[in-house]
Design a binder for this molecule. Structure first.
Ligand SMILES: [Cu+2]
Length: 171
């Protein structure tokens, strides 16, 4: 690689990194953020509410919403389809069973189209008489944030193309 080609390659790489960083920072600041939950995070409750809900700082889109509640036994304790109303996402809750931590997992879509996922837990302090749903499918509750690798692949393609162009057009 010539000295000039190397300089161009490094310049393009730096530009790609700068653009990628700007895009990522801009996207992150525009995401919907969870501002409260019911039951609250780490709350100790003796009976479960009829629904579990999370409230965000902006209205959510009503598409591609997922929400589950998984009990200390690894079973699903949520029931029915999650529902979005303005900035609030909620799902029905069965009468609870064993004491311990129940974790609410959610995946919603921000007004800007970005997917936001997360979870919080609350604790049941007195055993209930409810029966659980099926065993939770944990593969559906992983982090659904936008992956970074397409940006990296894009930057590599840019750099490769620039180097090739330089080499081919060398006088
Ligand atoms: Cu966003």
């Amino acid at each position: 690689m010539t000295r000039r080609a190397r300089i161009v390659a490094v310049s393009v790489l730096l530009a790609a990194v700068a653009i990628g960083t700007t895009l990522t920072a801009g996207a992150a600041s525009a995401h919907a953020a969870r501002v409260s939950a019911d039951p609250a995070e780490n709350a100790a409750i003796s009976t479960g509410p009829a629904r579990v809900s999370a409230t965000f700082n902006e209205d959510l889109q009503t598409t591609f919403v997922a929400m589950t509640v998984v009990g200390p036994d690894g079973n699903l304790w949520s029931s029915g389809q999650p529902q979005v109303r303005g900035p609030v996402v909620s799902v029905g809750l069965r009468p609870l069973g064993p004491t311990g931590n129940y974790t609410a997992n959610y995946r919603v879509t921000s007004a800007d189209g970005h997917v936001v996922s997360g979870s919080w837990s609350f604790r049941l302090t007195a055993p209930g008489t409810g029966t659980p749903g099926p065993t939770a499918d944990t593969s559906d509750t992983d982090n659904g944030d936008i992956p970074v690798w397409p940006f990296i692949v894009g930057a590599l393609v840019l750099v490769g193309g620039a180097v090739l162009w330089q080499v081919r057009n060398r006088p």
